[in-house]
Write a protein that binds this ligand. Structure first.
Ligand code: URA
Length: 212
């Protein structure tokens, strides 16, 4: 493996063949060490012509097993919130900043515990997200939490400062509109889950309104 500063998915990303070619190539990505312990690459999925792209952090335990983003508890909560906000989950394209599950085990053979990816790991995975953005060309990006925000908008991103607002930024050479919000897993962990959930729905409603 190259030194940490040199981790990148860049050489693995094909420049033609569309989303199917990207997905196939991503399955063999060795751009950073996270592929070693994960079961498989979890690539984005959904409507290839979606008006809205949702970007999460990284696959969780269920996603790693099933090979699909947001199919576990956070995904179920997200689908419910999208629906309540007037966004059809089936019309969206859903992906993550990091395409492999990073985890630790408190003890050997025990439950796998999510571990946040480093900025370098997220940056290494960036070429996949850039390629998905270029191919799907969404009208709006919903940024789910800090890791996705930092991956798209830089390390000074703070979700609490910008959640529920429509941002306009140049990302990978394209002018993008983005609505940041909290990660659905943060809602599941919140002391006041109902208030946190209503906050997520309110932010997603801003996204729905921005789409018109
Ligand atoms: N959390 C994420 O950020 N992405 C998933 O796919 C699942 C949980």
């Amino acid at each position: 493996m190259p030194p940490e500063d040199d981790y990148t998915a860049g050489p693995f990303v094909p420049d033609h063949g569309g989303l199917p070619a990207l997905r196939e190539a991503a399955a063999g990505c060795r751009g950073c060490p996270l592929h070693r312990d994960a079961t498989q690459t979890v690539f984005g999925q959904g409507n290839p012509h979606a008006r809205v792209m949702l970007v999460g952090e990284q696959p969780g335990d269920q996603e790693d097993r099933q090979g699909k983003p947001f199919v576990g508890p956070a995904g179920q909560l997200l689908d419910r919130a999208l629906d309540e906000a007037g966004l059809d989950p089936a019309d969206a394209y859903v992906t993550n900043a990091v395409k492999h599950f990073k985890f630790m085990r408190a003890e050997p053979r025990k439950r796998r515990i999510h571990k946040a990816p480093t900025l370098r790991e997220a940056a290494a995975c960036g070429p996949w997200l850039a390629a998905e953005l270029a191919l799907v060309g969404p009208e709006l990006i919903v940024v789910l939490g800090a890791t996705a925000g930092k991956a798209l908008l830089g390390s000074s991103f703070r979700v609490t400062q910008v959640r529920g607002t429509v941002l306009e930024e140049e990302i990978h050479g394209r002018r993008e509109r983005l609505v940041p919000t909290v990660h659905p897993s943060a809602v599941l962990r919140a002391d006041d889950r109902e208030a946190a959930y209503q906050g997520l729905v309110a932010d997603l409603t801003v996204a729905a309104d921005a789409l018109g």
